[in-house]
Design a protein around this ligand. Structure first.
Ligand code: HEM
Length: 393
């Protein structure tokens, strides 16, 4: 058995804007280097391939989420949150969220989300040209999720940059992370005031959290943090997915035509967007015990960086992995994670993304995209802006 000393090493800086702008060559090098690769700059072991990423995500006891961020300061801040908790606390927190985000609850929401998507797309298509990020992708999840949580209308526009900063804080200690950490008090202030119990709409997901605390289902002190969980997890991720969906379908007119010819492919197409350009790129885990992977041993206590977007391009798993193909079998992509901490809001995210695609499909013959501007975040992959022109039949 080889020792940790033989784990392949890389000096790639996956958190630099240079690599974030075009990560896929570096991702391939990491996957080719081995099943775990030490990122020398950050003293963490990257898990770049699909099989090992799924293995780690699927075993919460062997790979703890207690240190889900790549810096200690934010891990302390996250203590007791759903993302970093283990059972039994994790399951109590998740139980409160799951009932409101389960597929059955989504069926009730579908007519309203469909109508909102149609109204928005109708308005934008009438203009002919618009920014697919600012006017479409940003607007929709903030409205939909904001209403579901029960947030007051006023002040929602503050959220996107604050949530973006929150995601940056999962990264390694760096200028970007520290600048974002300085914004956390403003996000906490929002949750404690604008999203405080009395400010939330009656019957909303947010007020259900406080009712669960009253019923003793979750600790009282967890309630605002769980509301924070909805706010932080449910907006920017979906914004980036929708932005990428428009971009990829504009760049691949053959795929757009295939989708127009067969709209029943919409769920598969949205999954392919998530596989191809995964909104969440990295979260951390810690090996609780020695982990034998191939002929390497990763010692207990090692900090791991799971590269979701890199695993979703692994040629060991996906034929012609870099090809955007809405007809491929892609149900087991890792963009929503996997296992205990797999995304609690994935049915909602899919509902939103699919509603937007259907609304576009029924009105738009061709989407033409101008130059996209990339958004840089330690964890999220998305676009800052995407000018598009749409033509109708
Ligand atoms: C396309 C959009 C989305 C993507 C790509 C996404 C991605 C993810 C990923 C990768 C995780 C796993 C974290 C881990 O492995 O530790 C996760 C967890 C989570 N997501 Fe999402 N998410 C999306 C939308 C949403 C929405 C709309 C909500 C709720 C409104 C949501 C709520 C959550 C929650 C609560 C967790 C934590 C689950 C747990 O720790 O048990 N997400 N998400």
């Amino acid at each position: 058995m080889e020792s940790i000393a033989t784990v392949p090493r890389s000096d790639a800086d996956i958190f630099s804007e240079e690599v974030m702008a075009a990560p896929y060559t570096v991702f391939r090098e990491l996957r080719d280097a081995g099943p775990v690769v030490r990122l020398d700059r950050y003293d963490v072991l990257a898990v770049p391939r699909y099989a090992e990423a799924r293995h780690v995500l699927g075993d919460w006891e062997a790979f703890s989420s207690a240190d889900i961020a790549l810096n200690d300061r934010f891990n302390q801040y996250l203590e007791g949150s759903i993302l970093s908790a283990a059972p039994p606390l994790h399951d109590r927190l998740r139980g409160v969220m799951a009932s409101r985000l389960a597929p059955r609850a989504m069926r009730d929401l579908k007519p309203d989300i469909t109508r909102r998507a149609e109204e928005l797309v109708e308005r934008l298509v009438a203009k002919g040209s618009f920014d697919a990020v600012a006017d479409l992708a940003c607007w929709f999840p903030v409205e939909v999720v904001g209403d579901l949580i029960g947030l007051p209308r006023e002040g929602r526009e503050r959220l996107m940059p604050l949530v973006d900063a929150n995601f940056n804080c999962f990264g390694p200690d760096s200028d970007r992370t520290r600048a974002s950490a300085a914004k956390l008090p403003e996000l906490a202030d929002y949750v404690m005031t604008s999203a405080a119990r009395g400010a939330l709409t009656e019957g909303s997901m947010g007020s259900a959290v406080y009712e669960a605390a009253d019923a003793g289902d979750i600790p009282q002190e967890s309630a605002p943090w769980l509301v924070m969980g909805y706010v932080t997890a449910g907006m920017d991720t979906t914004v980036h997915a929708i932005g990428h969906a428009v971009w990829l379908l504009a760049e691949h007119p053959d795929q757009w035509d295939a989708l127009r010819a067969d709209p029943s492919l919409v769920p598969q197409a949205f999954r392919e967007v998530l596989r191809h350009e995964s909104p969440v790129q990295v979260f951390g885990r810690t090996a609780a015990a020695d982990w034998t992977v191939g002929d390497l041993t990763v010692p207990a206590g090692s900090r791991l960086a799971i590269l979701y977007g890199c695993a979703n391009r692994d040629e060991r798993k996906w034929a012609d992995a870099d090809r955007f193909d809405i007809t491929r079998a892609n149900a087991d992509h890792l963009a929503f994670g996997y296992g205990l901490h797999g995304c609690a809001g994935q049915a909602l995210a899919r509902l939103e993304g699919e509603a937007i695609l259907h609304a576009l499909l029924s009105r738009v013959r061709r989407i033409e995209a101008g130059e996209p501007v990339r958004h840089f975040n330690n964890v999220l992959r998305g676009l800052e802006s995407l000018p598009v022109t749409v033509s109708t039949d």
